[in-house]
Design a protein around this ligand. Sequence first.
Ligand SMILES: C[S@@+](CC[C@H](N)C(=O)[O-])C[C@H]1O[C@@H](n2cnc3c(N)ncnc32)[C@H](O)[C@@H]1O
Length: 261
Amino acid sequence: MPQIKKQQHSTSPVEKRLSWLCWSWEQMQLSLTKKISVPDCSSDSIHPILRQTFSLTSKRLPTIAQIKSHIYTDRQWIEAGDFDRKKQLLTMMVRESYVGQSYVLLTDEFIRSLQLLCNDFTSIVEIGAGIGWLGHWLCKYGIRVQASIDNKTWPDFPPDRYLDIVQQMDSLDYLRLHPEVELFILAWPEEDDLASRIWQALRPGQHLLYIGEDRNGCTANNVFFELIHGHEVGNNATKETKQSFLSFDDFHDQPHLYQKG
Ligand SMILES: C[S@@+](CC[C@H](N)C(=O)[O-])C[C@H]1O[C@@H](n2cnc3c(N)ncnc32)[C@H](O)[C@@H]1O
């Protein structure tokens, strides 16, 4: 039974983008047929964005400007009337590789904005942390993360890819055992009831930094959005995190800080 349940949930964010991926594949085929040079993203020549982000020895993340110079983000090319087919293909290929490591697009500016936000909290834990790159980078930028928790069930993450900082545990079990945690970070939860159960399990005063899409998007479920309604925290730090956040082209994730009343 749990196997079947997982199967249904595991693909849901991906399913939402299935048509997008099919389109991407068709475009690639088309480009190859027409002998347009397709940017190489194979393992022998990993794209600089991926190489810099997913390296334990890298000192800094790519900046927003560096990322934008390579790939499209936030559909801005539409407004700018600037369409470059090679860049569009590269954008899709980079995202495909990227989500094998992290669903959040990690930039220097975003992690620096989190330095300010995290200043207010002495105990921070990431749950549903995946491979653990967000926690890794927070630590690199001087933000102490008490733990990175994941139950390691996501089928797209091979077992040997998880960073050492990731502890295999159920998020809710961790949450129930650690009332001292002031801030939980939850990025790209599946569309199942995990995010809403996490919110319900939080104690009054605890905070949740949710990074994901809004209602009817491809993260969390609508119960979660009903529960968090009216609980968003707005201040200079949260404003800064939103302004410095970059989404992949055609995705609409954003950071939101909520406090349990
Ligand atoms: C879509 S992935 C996002 C991973 C990561 N936050 C990111 O942004 O790359 C969802 C993650 O939640 C984890 N997960 C799902 N249910 C969980 C649970 N009950 N406890 C801990 N982790 C869980 C999965 O193993 C997977 O790594």
